[in-house]
Design a binder for this molecule. Structure first.
Ligand SMILES: [Ca+2]
Ligand SMILES: [Ca+2]
Length: 204
């Protein structure tokens, strides 16, 4: 059984419970009125050790603060007043450079045809992040994209084809291909691999 670590307070009154590869973030997205010039949204800081490149969102569940406890958290928040189907949904969860942004939309069509898109009730959320496995430097050799232990024309061809869009590479191969370690694979890398192959450089 996974025992999660202690609660850490972060901004906006949200809290995060995390351990190793998972984080559960709980907080409240404020209700807004139709006349307010904004939608229901919240920006949350990343939990310690998480960032936009090393994690994915695996769940976001909601519970209006005025809903009975028995309803619990659900992935959408559907209810049926006046024989209408209504609900609030997380329509956008964006992992930005500095924050995670959650936006909600409310779906309601009134008897008079009025369409509401904003949620006037505070809504609690639970967001679950999962950290992706990291590839350690010991698992690949810079320049050896096909993993045969040598850096040859075959590796250069793989990288050139990747740049042209005709070759897919695994995460590990991408790490090996980024010989100048700038986070992207481009002609800066193929130039260096060419130099290595023709002997004008002996390392990356
Ligand atoms: Ca190779
Ligand atoms: Ca590069």
């Amino acid at each position: 059984m996974i025992s999660f670590q202690t609660i850490l307070q972060i901004q906006n009154g949200s809290k995060v419970i995390y351990r190793d590869n998972f984080a559960i973030i709980q907080g409240t997205i404020k209700g807004v009125t139709e006349s307010e010039n904004k939608y229901n949204a919240i920006d949350i800081n990343y939990p310690k050790g998480f960032n936009k490149d090393n994690c994915i969102v695996i769940s976001c569940s909601l519970k209006r603060t005025d809903a009975p406890d028995a309803r619990g958290y659900t992935l959408g928040n559907v209810f049926l007043p006046d024989s209408k189907v209504c609900g609030s949904y997380p329509t956008k969860i964006e992992l930005k450079n500095d924050v995670i942004q959650i936006q909600l939309r409310y779906i309601y069509i009134g008897n008079d045809g009025h369409v509401a898109t904003k949620i006037d009730t505070d809504t609690n959320f639970k967001l679950i992040l999962m950290k992706l496995p990291e590839i350690s430097a010991s698992e690949y050799k810079l320049g050896d994209v096909n993993g045969d232990g040598q850096i040859t024309q075959a590796d250069l061809t793989l990288v050139q084809n990747y740049i042209q869009g005709t070759q897919a590479l695994t995460d590990k191969q991408l790490k090996a291909a980024d010989v100048n370690k700038d986070g992207t694979i481009n002609t800066g890398d193929t130039l260096l691999i060419s130099k290595y192959i023709n002997g004008s450089i002996s390392s990356f």
